[in-house]
Write a protein that binds this ligand. Structure first.
Ligand code: PRP
Length: 179
């Protein structure tokens, strides 16, 4: 599997260090509250699991699964909800956890969708941010790393559902996805 990787962009150590920092920053920001962390499946599952173990708050967790309509991402903002929340978020501080903010279509849609349920606040956390690809004007409140516009996989991120289990974030060899 690692033979398919052209280069390591973020090592396990890079990620571990940053996730500890993010956990501390979020713990400080939300001190005295009991926020609800919402992981967006599938990509965020590893980041979510590591992040919340570095958060020193009495918090709860839920998950949503979403997918874009059609091939690729469009500016239409059409996002399909495959699994919705189990918890009521009215009056709650909600922290959305993503693996990557790319075009921004998914998070823009989700923010509007969840805002209708009257949470106390919505905060966006993303491990990776690819600002070069943005189509929707959206910014994350907490960003792990800004990354260039390259095909990144690992630590939850996939190509054709593979490579999510790599412990680092790497760039896929072009011949893998251009076959
Ligand atoms: C990825 C990622 C975000 C979305 C970001 O999910 O996890 O949800 O794309 O892209 P955007 O900013 O262009 O909307 P993906 O659809 O690949 O599903 P997955 O999490 O199941 O891999």
């Amino acid at each position: 599997m690692t033979n398919d990787i052209m280069k390591v962009l973020l090592s396990k150590e890079d990620i571990d260090t940053r996730v500890i920092e993010l956990g501390k920053e979020i713990s400080e920001r939300f001190e005295g509250t009991e926020p609800l962390f919402i992981g967006i499946l599938k990509g965020s599952f590893i980041f979510m699991a590591d992040l919340i173990r570095n958060v020193n708050l009495k918090c709860s967790m839920d998950f949503m699964a979403v997918s874009s309509y059609g091939a690729g991402t469009t500016t239409s903002g059409a996002v399909k909800i495959n699994k919705d929340l189990n918890e009521d978020i009215a009056g709650r501080h909600v922290i959305i956890v993503e693996d990557i903010l790319d075009s921004g279509v998914t998070l823009s849609y989700l923010c509007g969708y969840l805002q209708n349920r009257k949470p106390a606040s919505i905060t966006l956390v993303t491990l990776l941010d690819k600002p070069a690809r943005r189509k929707s004007p959206i910014k994350a409140d907490f960003v792990g790393f800004e990354v260039p516009d390259e095909f990144v996989v690992g630590y939850g991120l996939d190509y054709a559902e593979k490579y999510r289990n790599l412990p680092f974030v790497g760039v896929l060899k072009p011949e893998i996805y251009s076959d």
